[in-house]
Ligand binder design. Structure first.
Ligand SMILES: NC(=O)c1ccc[n+]([C@@H]2O[C@H](COP(=O)([O-])OP(=O)(O)OC[C@H]3O[C@@H](n4cnc5c(N)ncnc54)[C@H](OP(=O)(O)O)[C@@H]3O)[C@@H](O)[C@H]2O)c1
Length: 350
């Protein structure tokens, strides 16, 4: 049976959870999926790097973290050495889960590039490289005969990108609109219940939905990246970040919320893109007071949803979690499953 060797770049919430899934459910996955996973390298800013071609005993990284220990105490290094590790390790697949940098996507763009150049497939949950360098990296993967998968970059493990690419074959996708940020959706819901914006944000922070600096969620920057990814991947829009208009929810007032309620409407932060008659695509993020019978109006709390407008089926809406470390680690697993399906399908058809 096939075993894929993987390297984890960044060992925070998502990749640590993927390691936990492999450690605790590896045997079951092996039986169910027809392949095994073995971690041969890990790099992390705080922990350093650990490379073991024979497979890392995952109890070591999973028990590290609190006391300032690094991989240096376990035969690794206190430095990350990302380029050297990514290029030279024996991994088949690199799982990139470092922080999202919305300005230039670095260092994740370089991580992905080094991997693809050295003939390794990549799966990532990081929006930066996908939104800002998606076309270039996809083409680099093709040139090198490897995979570049990124289901978790939009709506974590809820299948959206692959579903639309694979399951809408034969349909024309005219556009999409979605609630793609759980924090802003939660905040709008709490404002509807009577809280002011600041109080609702504070509550979201206490619950761990919102970051200490909530602007990426509240001002729509996070949704802007996701709309860019979906527009380019699904509508072949060829857009750059500045082509996606962005307005967040900070200007939505309690009076706006009350007025909408009186009119049978509900405010949502909607990220959308649509193909125009001339073939061009218009994309943007803005708060919209949706009528209550709209498919996205009932999406509450931190849940996300995207509604695809297709010619033969009309609206097809997918809703589910948009974040969470388990949900997002599952996205990486689903990427690896997709790679395996292509490889085994290709072998079967040879
Ligand atoms: N968690 C979610 O719900 C979710 C959902 C969808 C997408 N994502 C995306 O998935 C990615 C990972 O998320 P996460 O929640 O796991 O984030 P996280 O907990 O902040 O983990 C990121 C890890 O990467 C490490 N790191 C940063 N720069 C590095 C570098 N140059 N080399 C090696 N390691 C580096 C960080 O180390 P330090 O802690 O020392 O900085 C941290 O351990 C992010 O891009 C995020 O936007 C997350």
């Amino acid at each position: 049976m096939t075993t894929y060797d993987i390297a984890l770049i960044g060992f925070g919430g998502v990749n640590r959870t993927l390691a936990e899934l492999i450690a605790t459910r590896g045997e079951t996955l092996h039986t169910e999926l027809g392949f095994g996973l073995r971690v041969v390298a890990i790099t992390d800013l705080r922990l350093g790097s650990l490379v073991q071609a024979e497979g890392i005993d995952l109890s070591i990284p999973l028990n590290l973290g609190g006391g300032g220990e690094t991989f240096a105490e376990y035969g690794g290094s206190a430095d990350t050495n990302n380029e050297s590790v990514i290029r030279n390790c024996t991994a088949d697949i690199i799982c990139e889960a470092t922080f999202t940098n919305p300005d230039d996507g670095e260092p994740a763009v370089s991580h992905v590039r080094w991997a693809l150049e050295s003939g390794k497939s990549v799966c990532t949950t990081n929006k930066g490289p996908v939104a800002l360098r998606g076309a270039e990296l996809t083409s680099l993967a093709e040139q090198n005969g490897v995979h570049f998968e990124f289901e978790g970059a939009v709506m974590s493990g809820t299948p959206v990108i692959r579903l639309a690419k694979k399951m809408f074959a034969g349909l024309e996708l005219k556009g999409f609109e979605g609630i793609l940020n759980g924090t802003s959706n939660y905040v709008l819901g709490r404002m509807e219940a009577g809280l002011g914006l600041e109080a609702a944000i504070g509550e979201a922070q206490e619950l761990g939905y919102a970051e200490a600096n909530p602007s990426a969620d509240i001002e729509g920057y996070d949704v802007q990246l996701k709309v860019l990814i979906l527009a380019n991947e699904l509508l072949d829009a060829g857009m750059e970040l500045q082509d996606v208009q962005r307005q967040g929810i900070s200007a939505v007032t309690p009076e706006n919320i009350r007025k909408a309620a009186r009119e049978g409407r509900r405010w949502k932060l909607v990220g959308a893109a649509r193909r125009n008659l001339d073939g061009s695509v218009t994309a943007g993020v803005s708060p919209v007071a949706l009528p209550l019978d709209h498919g996205l109006a009932g999406i509450s709390g931190a849940t996300n949803a995207v509604s695809f407008d297709t010619d033969l089926l009309g609206a097809v809406t997918v809703s589910g979690p948009g974040a969470g470390r388990v949900e997002t680690a599952y996205a990486l697993l689903s990427d690896i499953i997709a790679m395996h399906a292509v490889r085994t399908g290709a072998a079967a058809n040879a």
